[in-house]
Every structure is written in C-alpha cells, then in structure tokens.
Write a new protein. Structure first.
Length: 369
C-alpha cells in the first residue's frame, strides 16, 4: 500500500513539474528558486535523475522541490558518457550564433552552432570536431561508407583523371580508385573541394538545421529571403558566400535586370536635376529623385517618399499593427478578439448567409487572440 502511494505521489510530482516547465522552459532557465520547497515530502525511491545544473538527484521530486531545477534527464550525471560520433540530432545547444564545430546530425557530419558544449550538465565536446574532414574521417560508418571487403590494391585502374568525392570526404582520381582502393560504397562526381558556392547561388531546397539563429539573407527560389539555421555548412560544403548582411545588398547583387537592378540603365554621366523629391528604390535605398534612382542606381521600380527601414515587424495585413515596410515578420502581430454571439453569424446581422461565408474566406489565415 505504501509502495502504491509513493508511485502515485511521484506521478503527481511529474505532472506538476511538466506543467511548471511548460511556462519556464522557453526562458532557458535551469534553476527556478520559486519551485524550491524544502518542506515538500518526497518519496524515498532511488530513481536518479541528472539535473540541468549537473547535479544528480535521488528522484524527480527532489530535483524539482529541493534543487529547483527546471529540466533533467534519467540517470546519474556521471553515468552519461558522450563518445566520438554520437548523433547529436536531439541536443539543443541554445540559440547563440557561435559556431561550435562539426558533429554527426541525423547520420551526417554537419556544422553546429550554440552557446556551449555543456548541456544539462553533460559535456558533448567529445562528439564535436574542429573540421568537417575530421568528422568524416572519424565518423563515416564503415558499414555504410567503407567496405573493406571490396578493397583490392592489385586492380589496374585507368589513369584517366575523372575525380569523384567519396562518402568519406576523400577525392579519388576516378570511380575505379574510389571503389577498389578506397573501398567507398558511394561517391559524387567532382572533387570534394570542387563544389564552389558563389554569391547569389539559389539555396532553395537546402536545410541549415532547426536552430533559430538568423544566418543572413540569401536567394531562395529567385528572391532574397531571410534564412535561419545552425550554421553555414551542410556536409562538406560551405554556403556562406551566398549570404548577405542586408536585404539591400542581396537585392542589388542578385535580383538582376528582371528583378530590381538593371545595370544597363546606369549612366553616372547623366545630368539629373538636384531636386529633393525622394523615392524609395526596390533595393531599399532612398534616392534624391526618380532620375537618380534610374540612372545612378539602375533600379527598375520605386515608390514615392524615402525608404523606411524598420527591420522586423508585423507582416499580416489583418493585424492591428500591420507594418507594410517591415523586412520580415518578427512575431509581434496583434489581432482583434473574435467575438461571435451567434455561431456562423460573422457580420452580426442575426442571420447566417452567403455574406458570412465570404467574410470568413476573406479573413482566412487571421489569428484570433
């Protein structure tokens, strides 16, 4: 009976902890002193957990009420040993921009960023490498990438130089050398270091990870777009040359004649009138007048008045604080409350009709708070 009571009590503690952590976990706070209650009666079960402060507690109840920790993982802290090549796909290193190195993420060596290698008291540095080549060298799964059974150094391979990049990150002269001398099971055409990323490379279809750090602005499906992620490297490829610091520099450099900038329009010798009648070019630059915009900036379109570069803002037109000049949505949108006294009567005329349906469709996507 006492055992059953302890189990029930521990379950209740878990529910309380889960409810509390839903509120505070987003703040990335490890110790919440308001949770500490030294008078709480915790069960005597020894079901150790490792707190985010690196301390081992006898059970979840003691971690919550005696330590005030907001998160933990099962087991003793010292028992959790990180080995080279451990997959770190489910580890959150924080929302910092600092590049930490390269590690295995979902089976592939990937650049990672974060606030530090220690998370919840666990040091993940043994699984992080300084370069992608080191990561490939140590962590390529021999059952997947290297098959030693197929290595035969007596095979006379052709001397033709048609380089391929092996799954181990090594460049081979041709497929024959890759297969028979390297034992690699897969490769891609071209040398491993021959994949060159240039400015304005379209990055559509690429995933830079689920981190919230803003990497910069790059071309996606032909348009300059803000991108976030965990780092600029995907596998052995560095995509940083395709990123820009500002929207204006991306637009002016990448969207070309069919977009915002047409170099053929630029004529620095053209005599424009020095009249202050500002226009905002499609490149986000304010010009003295439309003559300067066309002949000195080469912009193909503009709006009257100076540019208002406010950075982020609310981009939902239905919002109360809609900002048409915002470069990106920053999550600040405010919406009017949705008050409906008659189900389906959207326009408040005490009847449900076609007009209600049209209004509903017209506001599709609005968020009610």
């Amino acid at each position: 009976m006492k055992y059953t009571f302890h189990i029930f009590f521990l379950l209740m503690v878990s529910l309380v902890a889960t409810s509390s952590l839903n509120t505070i976990s987003a703040q990335n706070v490890c110790i919440d002193s308001t949770l500490i209650d030294i008078n709480a009666v915790c069960p005597l079960f020894y079901l150790p957990v490792c707190g985010c402060d690196g301390v081992t507690y006898s059970n979840e109840c003691e971690a919550l009420f005696y330590g005030g920790v907001t998160s933990w993982i099962p087991g003793i802290c010292s028992d959790i040993v990180v080995s080279p090549c451990d997959d770190l796909a489910n580890v959150d290193f924080g929302f910092c921009d600092m590049t930490m190195g390269f590690a295995v993420i979902n089976g592939s060596c990937t650049s990672i960023s974060g606030c530090g290698a220690v998370v919840n008291g666990i040091d993940y540095s043994p699984a992080i490498y300084a370069s992608v080549s080191d990561c490939f060298s140590w962590c390529s799964n021999p059952l997947v990438c290297i098959d030693t059974a197929q290595i035969d150094s007596t095979i006379a391979c052709p001397l033709a130089y048609i380089p391929v990049c092996g799954c181990d990150g090594v460049t081979y002269d041709n497929e024959c050398y890759a297969f028979n001398y390297g034992g690699v099971t897969s490769w891609t055409p071209g040398g491993c270091g021959n994949i060159v990323i240039t400015p304005c490379t379209d990055l559509a279809g690429l995933s830079f990870g689920v981190c919230l750090s803003v990497l910069g602005i790059a071309v996606v499906n032909g348009s300059c777009t803000y991108l976030s992620g965990c780092g600029y490297n995907i596998g052995a490829v560095d995509y940083s040359p395709a990123f820009y610091d500002t929207m204006a520099s991306c637009i002016s450099g990448c969207e070309g004649p069919m977009g915002c900038i047409d170099p053929t329009l630029i004529d620095p010798n053209f005599g424009c009138v020095d009249l202050w009648n500002p226009v905002c070019g499609c490149d986000g630059v304010t010009y003295s007048n439309d003559c300067y915009a066309t002949n000195y900036g080469g912009v193909t379109s503009w709006t009257s008045g100076p540019c208002i570069n406010i950075g982020g803002g609310c981009t939902y037109m239905q919002a109360l604080n809609y900002s048409p000049n915002a470069n990106f949505d920053d999550g600040s949108c405010l919406f009017p409350p949705c008050v409906i006294t008659c189900s389906g009567d959207v326009d408040g005329d005490s009847s449900v009709s076609v007009s209600d349906v049209l209004i509903l469709l017209g506001n599709f996507g609005a968020i009610c708070q």
